[in-house]
Design a protein. Structure first.
Length: 549
């Protein structure tokens, strides 16, 4: 009765019960009944504690708050010196938190699943324990784990798996710093706590993932709303016909750093986005200075809008250029008073030089130049002086006839025809790559005068009419044969080679010419006159034709 009144512990009651004789059987039964009642009360207290722990764990939604709570409760409920918890990561058990540790050695320890007490717990998904971890030889030890165990003076150790729906999430450990075996009741209690912990960990991870997803969704929603606001502002500038400069100013007003559009970014640029449309690359949109997260997103949205503005601006410029070119052609080639000079981009009060250039070769840079294509030629009107154009004409430029200066439509048209005729004369004379005015053609200038052409035609008929008539009758190119023979200094073999005929054939043709003109045509003076007459006639033939070149 004294033992019961002072609430002795069960061990003391058991020792006293063994000392009683059979006469005190009823007293012994009373003692055993008291022990049972106390054990049941202890079980009820533990269950209540587990329920309280489960509730506490359920309120911890963040893993960094939950895991410390689990090890603290495990250490308290089981009366352990030390408790720690590890989770499976990439095929290993990584220790996350401790309670009651003497050193930080355990935190972050990675234990392979093939070694140690932890490996046994994970592999079999069941509790494992030892009275003395450091002396235990039933499992293979890990050097890193053993070093941490020695630092903590760990001896008795119990490990239970964190299991949930057939999966093992990790393991919970409780330890003592002296040799100690663990009762079945303690193992059951630790396993029950681990079961609650596994559910709480799973829930916390799910809530954490959900919160992260919600945060990401909120950020994306915010980004989308911001993007829509940017798009509305940028689209408004484009739709209202704003220029590229206005669009860049709008982009800069929305960014924290300085925004520029460049051909290639420099080294000090922190953010760059290419401005492309299809396979066309216009340049790079760059941000200078320290960028904010929104600035990078802004450049992502602004680059396509800038490409669209550049396309529109270039299309407008090309359409304007084509319109001015068409107006320039009409201005120079028609007698109509329309289009007016301003429609072609010309100043009625200014003086201009007119060029007609061969082909589509690259022209040199000329001040105030307007360029158009017409009949396979390039027509150019420039404010440059004709003499300076001729003097500075590069060697790799196309052949060009120059006329001017001119003011007003009538003078421009007259200069155009003069430049066109000069170009044709240069081409016939083989002076390719030159730029010249009509006054620089020397003797051949008469080709540009209609009266001169008439005189030339009469001279040709008088001197070479019989040869031309015989050529037309026989179908033999006697005139061409005569010109080539004279071009080669009256040497038969080079002339025959140039004509691609046998030298005997050349002799036969020359004999016909001798018969028609008389042998006196071979004298130096007469040969020179015929030679010039042939070249002048060849040059003059197409100048007034419909080709327009």
């Amino acid at each position: 009765m004294d033992l019961l009144l002072r609430d002795a512990d069960p061990d003391e009651l058991q020792r006293h019960g063994r000392e009683l004789d059979t006469a005190d059987r009823e007293t012994a039964q009373a003692l055993r009944l008291t022990m049972v009642l106390r054990q049941q009360a202890q079980r009820a207290a533990e269950l209540a504690a587990l329920n309280d722990i489960a509730i506490r764990l359920a309120t911890r939604h963040a893993p960094d708050e939950l895991l410390p709570e689990i090890v603290d409760q495990a250490r308290r409920v089981l009366g352990a010196d030390l408790a720690y918890l590890g989770l499976l990561e990439d095929g290993h058990l990584r220790l996350k938190v401790t309670s009651g540790a003497l050193t930080p050695e355990l935190i972050g320890v990675v234990i392979p699943l093939s070694v140690g007490l932890a490996g046994e717990v994970i592999e079999h998904a069941a509790p494992r324990w030892t009275a003395d971890y450091q002396a235990e030889r039933r499992f293979r030890h890990d050097d890193i784990a053993d070093t941490a165990a020695r630092a903590e003076n760990m001896r008795g150790l119990l490990g239970v798996p964190l299991r949930l729906r057939g999966r093992v999430l990790g393991a919970l450990f409780v330890g003592k710093r002296q040799e100690r075996d663990f009762t079945e009741h303690e193992v059951t209690l630790a396993s029950a706590l681990a079961a609650h912990a596994a559910i709480a960990i799973e829930n916390a991870n799910a809530i954490s993932s959900l919160n992260a997803a919600n945060d990401q969704l909120a950020r994306r929603t915010e980004e989308l709303e911001q993007t829509l606001r940017w798009d509305q502002r940028l689209t408004r500038v484009v739709l209202t016909g704003g220029s590229v400069e206005e669009l860049l100013a709008e982009i800069s007003s929305m960014a924290r750093g300085r925004v520029r559009f460049v051909t290639e970014p420099s080294d000090d640029v922190t953010v760059a986005r290419p401005v492309v449309a299809g396979d066309r690359r216009f340049g790079v949109l760059v941000l200078e200075g320290e960028p904010a997260r929104d600035d990078q997103l802004l450049l992502d949205r602004a680059a396509p809008a800038l490409a669209l503005a550049l396309l529109a601006e270039q299309a407008t410029a090309e359409a304007s250029r084509r319109t001015r070119a068409a107006s320039l052609v009409d201005l120079l080639t028609t007698t109509s008073e329309r289009p007016a000079l301003w429609q072609a981009g010309l100043d009625p009060s200014a003086q201009y030089a007119v060029l007609v250039a061969s082909g589509r070769a690259r022209l040199p840079q000329l001040p105030g130049a307007l360029v158009a294509e017409h009949g396979g030629r390039l027509l150019v009107v420039t404010t440059a002086d004709p003499d300076s154009i001729r003097r500075d004409w590069p060697g790799d430029a196309p052949t060009a006839g120059i006329a001017g200066p001119a003011r007003g439509q009538a003078e421009l048209q007259r200069c155009f025809h003069a430049a066109r005729q000069t170009l044709r004369a240069l081409e016939v004379l083989g002076r390719n790559g030159e730029a010249a005015t009509a006054g620089q053609l020397g003797l051949y200038r008469i080709l540009l005068d209609h009266a001169g052409r008439r005189d030339l035609a009469e001279a040709f008929e008088h001197a070479l009419g019989p040869v031309l008539a015989e050529e037309q009758r026989r179908g033999v190119p006697l005139v061409e044969t005569l010109r080539v023979f004279l071009d080669h200094g009256c040497r038969p073999r080079p002339a025959a080679t140039a004509l691609a005929i046998h030298v005997n054939t050349l002799y036969q043709r020359l004999a016909t010419v001798d018969r028609l003109l008389g042998e006196g045509w071979r004298t130096p003076q007469r040969a020179l006159e015929l030679h010039m007459l042939l070249h002048l006639t060849e040059a003059s033939g197409p100048l007034g034709g419909p080709e327009g070149g």
